[in-house]
Design a binder for this molecule. Structure first.
Ligand SMILES: [Zn+2]
Ligand SMILES: [Zn+2]
Length: 298
């Protein structure tokens, strides 16, 4: 399993001199499964560059959507494979959100918001809806376990299993919302227990509170507690606030490392950055999953 980050920003794209190191594109993560199949997590503006890479392939482009907020769908009209004749595009969505979310994704291409309309695409490229009905979805070479997010308007988290390696994608999510949570803290600890990689919303710091309590995002101080309690292998802080500068993220990373060291936690902490790759490999003779961090030039 190879995980590559194409967009790591939350709320809105934030290019500029303050975000060069971590990147300004909104949510999009690519997972290449051991089978060679591609899974795309969300279609924020980062999906544009991923599209150029996937255009060199002919296998189905499988998009797994968390929810329909702009920062998770806005790059879709710029995704090159949707313009390739005979390219299959599959959009996987929890049935709770269902076809309404698919229509939110596609209605951006209505001739008003974007010049090309959905009906102008080659027929194969009009996204096919794949509803994820039960908690565990295990079809077409894809195995995911879903969980409801604590977020205004709802949304879905996914834990992806691939040959015994696991990556959980949990954004956007407020661990302790002001109202009763859809998924409580203990449920998150169980759901995420022992995952190799946790990609989680890390938009806010303690200084953002109480003003942004209830906006649907997690405090980094609470997230590192969760990663420790769930015995996560690698925590990836994701969905950075658009106003968070590179130097502020560097400081947050240092704070996280100090915290994990003080707790003697085996968890490694990383700040998601565009082009960062995480390669997971199972040793042939068994044992712990090997994790290698790299950087792709995109
Ligand atoms: Zn978001
Ligand atoms: Zn959202």
């Amino acid at each position: 399993m190879i995980i590559t980050f194409y967009g790591v920003r939350g709320s809105t794209a934030a290019p500029g001199p303050q975000t060069v190191k971590y990147g300004g594109n909104t949510s999009c993560v690519h997972i290449e499964l051991d089978s060679g199949n591609d899974l795309i997590l969300d279609a924020g503006t980062g999906i544009r560059m991923l599209g150029h890479r996937l255009a060199k392939k002919s296998t189905p482009a499988n998009l797994l959507l968390s929810h329909g907020h702009w920062d998770h769908i806005q790059g879709y009209p710029f995704f090159e494979p949707i313009y390739q004749p005979d390219r299959d595009i599959h959009v996987y969505i929890s049935v709770d959100a269902g076809r309404k979310l698919l229509s939110t994704l596609l209605s951006q291409m209505d001739g008003t918001h974007f010049p090309v309309r959905v009906e102008d695409l080659p027929s194969n490229n009009i996204a096919k809806f794949k509803g994820i009905e039960s908690e565990l979805y295990e079809r077409e070479g894809i195995q995911v376990v879903k969980q409801a997010l604590n977020h205004p308007g709802g949304g879905t988290a996914y834990r992806i299993n691939d040959n015994g390696m696991t990556c959980a994608y949990v954004t956007d999510n407020e661990l302790f919302p002001p109202e009763a949570p859809v998924t409580g803290y203990d449920q998150w600890v169980n759901y995420l227990h022992g995952v190799d990689v946790l990609i989680h919303d890390a938009q806010y710091t303690d200084n953002d509170m109480p003003h942004k309590h209830g906006w649907g995002h997690t405090l980094i101080s609470q997230l590192r507690q969760l990663a420790t309690d769930a015995e996560v292998g690698t925590l990836v802080m994701f969905h950075h606030d658009p106003d968070r500068s590179d130097s502020e993220l560097d400081e947050i990373q240092i704070e996280n490392e100090k915290y994990l060291k003080s707790r003697r936690a085996p968890t490694r902490s990383l700040c998601a950055a565009e082009g960062m790759t995480i390669t997971l490999e199972k040793p042939v003779l068994g044992g712990e999953t090997r994790v290698t961090i790299g950087q792709l030039s995109i």
